[in-house]
Ligand binder design. Structure first.
Ligand code: NAI
Ligand code: CS2
Length: 486
């Protein structure tokens, strides 16, 4: 079958919107680290909108830090791909022209440094997953026990982590008297810009304190809130798309229509006018990011853990279960909402209603198993702050404790039908298959890196988690959630 590329794009059906600009007219100005599905369906789309409306040297050099699959898919397609928006009633497709090139760091480490150190590049964006920042569970310090972090602390060539690549490239920029960069983390981490800055400065302090000083004074690390649900593409979606397009697109992404991007207005130099195409530049991102992490992401994770254990494949399937729909509704209203601080009058009710509709979108299957990946990293960003706040303010903790119990149960690696699954999360390896009874009170040493002394200081939380675990064993995980509504 024909493959999508510059030579074939004009044979795409008319219903596929084409980039409204001459791709060759604009040079790269952004390097993106971690060019996975989310970047292609979110930041690259905002940038494509900027190029279409205003032009500018803002095309993107994408970097894969781990594998080569995205480069291998995009290179023969001249870096073109489609974004396919799947709403419950509509499908909209568009071709994205913003990506100029993709580099696979594993094969081309020097080319990655050259791109980051190019004078025309002023912005670096990152979607490298929560663990890509190399931080320990406190989120404040590098995890020096990790071999990848250790290698980059020692300054080895080629670098391994995103931080290692950035340190090498920024050293070159400093040596060439080039301006600093605006480095924009687009991962689901609270204070993502601050965390990126801390992690990079700690690495550079160890290697070269002068570089750390230079970064402090020339670079900016705005925090962001990013939102669009973009599940990993399934083979059957790609096959169906090829039939619709009349050609293959190996790098296609499938996303929901909703999108949001809130960026702290703190830049080291020019950035694309994303604010003119739907993003918001604000002074303080924190209230937005807390709203999203604690409402959307925490609910997602709870549904994912319960879903995997109960054998429920997707989020849309999970929210058709009445007790799970009610659990999420109750969690959002009674436990998460009181912890949030957006200005009075912010339409939280509408936001929460819309979230449930987004979860229920059957046109966009989102596997519970995908969301459950790296759970321990996610738990600390999403659910733990809600539990802490409610413990400190004598609030309700039932749903958060149910969530933590579900995470512990998920970490056992075997579902309620006896089927084993891989727990793709290095930090929870210690919890799986030890044969000890599954109780927060019995696991306090193993849980300490994530929870600190929370369970010792707040026995009511430990008791609640253990009561949920006992209820799961007795009634099954989904039936147990009925207790919330009794
Ligand atoms: P993906 O699996 O398609 O891509 C992940 C990317 O991260 C790949 O480029 C991979 O090489 C890189 N990566 C993984 N581990 C890494 C590490 N230790 N160091 C450096 N790079 C690493 O996933 P996707 O959908 O692109 O999501 C990536 C991140 O984007 C998420 O973890 C999340 O923080 C953020 N995000 C994702 C959303 C989504 O719905 N998919 C929505 C909002 C944010
Ligand atoms: C999900 C998120 O995989 C996950 O952990 O909760 O990627 C979620 O889809 C996005 O944050 C939505 O913006």
């Amino acid at each position: 079958m024909t493959q999508l590329n510059e030579g074939t794009r004009h044979h795409l059906p008319e219903s596929v919107a084409q980039p409204g600009y001459d791709r060759a007219a604009w040079a790269p100005g952004i390097v993106h680290l971690g060019i996975g599905a989310f970047h292609r369906a979110h930041q690259a789309v905002y940038t494509d909108d900027v190029l279409g409306r205003y032009g500018g040297d803002w095309r993107i050099i994408g970097v894969s830090l781990r594998g080569t699959a995205v480069r291998d898919a995009l290179e023969p397609q001249d870096d073109l791909y489609t974004v396919n928006l799947c709403g419950d009633t509509t499908a909209q497709r568009r071709l994205i022209g913003a990506v100029a090139k993709v580099l696979a760091a594993r094969d081309q480490p020097q080319a990655v440094i050259d791109a980051l150190a190019d004078p025309s590049v002023r912005v670096v964006t990152l979607t490298i997953t929560e663990k890509g920042y190399g931080l320990d569970p406190s989120g404040e310090r590098l995890d020096r026990t990790r071999t990848d972090v250790g290698a980059d602390l020692g300054g080895q060539w080629p670098p391994v982590t995103a931080l290692g690549f950035l340190a090498h490239a920024l050293e070159r920029r400093r040596g060439s008297d080039l301006p600093g960069l605006t480095l924009i983390s687009c991962d689901n981490l609270s204070g993502n810009g601050r965390k990126l800055k801390h992690a990079l400065l700690e690495l550079c302090q160890t290697r070269n304190p002068r570089l750390a000083d230079w970064i402090q004074s020339t670079c900016a690390f705005p925090c962001t809130m990013v939102d669009r649900i973009v599940p990993a593409a399934r083979t059957e979606q790609l096959e169906q798309l090829a039939r619709t397009l009349g050609m293959t697109d190996a790098a296609a992404v499938f996303a929901e229509p909703f999108r949001q991007w809130v960026i702290e207005h703190h830049f080291a130099g020019p950035v694309p006018p994303w604010d003119k195409v739907g993003a918001e530049f604000v002074n303080d991102v924190r209230p937005f990011e807390e709203m999203k992490l604690r409402l959307l992401n925490a609910s997602h994770s709870m549904l994912a853990w319960i879903g995997v254990v109960a054998g429920i494949d997707t989020i849309a399937d999970a929210v058709t279960v009445d007790s799970l729909w009610r659990m999420v509704t109750r969690y959002m209203h009674t436990e998460a909402r009181p912890t949030l601080q957006l200005p009075p009058g912010y339409p939280y009710e509408r936001y929460m209603e819309q979230l449930l509709m987004r979860f229920a979108n059957r046109a966009l299957p989102h596997r519970t198993a995908q969301i459950a990946v790296d759970s321990s990293q996610k738990l600390t960003q999403r659910l733990l702050p809600v539990l802490r706040w409610n413990l400190e303010h004598n609030g309700c903790i039932e749903c958060a404790c149910l969530g933590i119990a579900a995470w512990l149960r998920y970490s056992q690696g075997i579902d309620e039908h006896g089927k084993a699954y891989a727990v793709d999360d290095p930090s929870t390896a210690a919890l799986a298959g030890s044969g000890q009874p599954l109780r927060a009170t019995a696991w306090s040493t193993a849980l300490r890196p994530l929870f600190g002394d929370l369970f010792e200081r707040h026995p009511r939380a430990a008791t609640a988690v253990d009561a949920w675990l006992a209820a799961f064993e007795r009634d099954g995980i989904v039936a147990a959630t009925e207790r919330l509504h009794g």
